[in-house]
Design a binder for this molecule. Structure first.
Ligand code: ZN
Length: 330
């Protein structure tokens, strides 16, 4: 093999290493699992409707991540870099969007992410969709709301060091939210004693979730460093992805890291699931508890179903090469 062939192979390797660890928040797998499980916590008046549409809800759980490639304003909806606003940001940032706009410019807010406010905004939209008995939007917005709530519960979505790029821990994003759930969530306990409950103040609940996620960050970074020191070269192994051999975090590394995290990923997944169910339920109650059986009777025509399902494909097809404002992939 001549030098240039080697160089090409090496370049391909590097490219695939980063591509291979591409991850949206919670990864495809995690988002799907979270949204799906939330359906089963709904009360009898809602569960039949959501179960009927569970395939749509599951398959489209990462739609909002795909939209980042076509809509510049989409990217900031998935995170909030709390550290940018100082150490006490979780307490000092204005709770409501209107007050946030009085304190900071919209450009600043958009630059560092808006996830807690976006959760509240989507909550209003979903409530409206229930009020209007608007089947398509109930489904779309349930998916969106579930996604943003899922993101808000991911510790690495609350910091500007979102992929360990500032601390030499590059790749930690995909590790925590994709690789670990893929490897270990089979054994997580997803039994819930309490079903969906009404949330008096959804905006404050979003901030509470963000606080918990942010408090978990210290362990996310510290344990990665500790296991890295412990394993040295054995940090990485090789895995097969799309027919290519790639360098990935070794199974041994993942197991040790996961053990140190002591249930953290499971806890954050559980928080997400319960919070999504609570929010869907709250939207429905705030909309006056519309009879969803009527919507089921009015089943979507095949045409409507296709339109809804193909939205995702259309979005991707149209995608110009606009880079998202701040990619969350590795
Ligand atoms: Zn996302």
């Amino acid at each position: 093999m001549n030098f240039f062939s080697k160089l090409r192979l090496f370049t391909l390797f590097i490219f695939l290493f980063f591509q291979g660890s591409f991850a949206s928040a919670w990864g495809f797998f995690g988002h799907q699992k979270i949204s799906r499980l939330a359906v089963f916590l709904l009360p009898p008046e809602m569960i039949t409707f959501y179960k009927t549409h569970i395939q749509y809800i599951t398959e489209n759980a990462v739609n909002p991540d795909k939209r980042r490639y076509v809509m510049a304003q989409e990217a900031p909806r998935h995170y909030l870099d709390l550290d940018i606003y100082g150490e006490e940001a979780i307490d000092s940032l204005p709770r409501y969007w209107k007050s946030a706009l009085e304190k900071y410019t919209e450009d600043t807010l958009m630059a560092y992410g808006i996830v807690p406010w976006q959760i509240q905004f989507t909550k209003y939209q979903l409530t409206k969709a229930f009020e209007n008995q608007d089947l398509e939007n109930i489904l779309k917005l349930s998916v969106d709301l579930g996604h943003y709530i899922g993101d808000g519960n991911v510790p690495l979505h609350t910091t500007s060091n979102y992929n360990g790029q500032l601390t030499g821990q590059h790749g930690i994003h995909g590790l925590w939210e994709s690789r670990l759930p893929e490897l270990f969530s089979e054994n997580y306990d997803f039994f819930f004693e309490r079903r969906a409950e009404y949330e008096e103040n959804t905006q404050l609940r979003a901030w509470k979730a963000l606080r918990i996620a942010n408090q978990a960050l210290d362990s996310v970074f510290r344990f990665e460093r500790e296991v890295t020191e412990q394993l040295g070269e054995r940090k990485y192994g090789f895995g097969l992805r799309n027919g290519f051999t790639l360098r990935v975090y070794s199974q041994n590394f993942c197991e040790k890291y996961h053990q140190k995290l002591n249930g953290q990923v499971e806890r954050q997944m559980r928080h997400s699931i319960k919070m999504i169910a609570d929010f869907w339920f709250t939207c429905w109650v705030d909309a006056g508890q519309p009879d969803l059986a009527i919507l089921l009777d009015r089943k979507m025509s095949e045409e409507e179903r296709q339109k809804l399902l193909s939205e995702e494909q259309e979005t991707l097809k149209k995608a110009p090469q606009i880079a998202p404002q701040r990619p969350h992939e590795n």
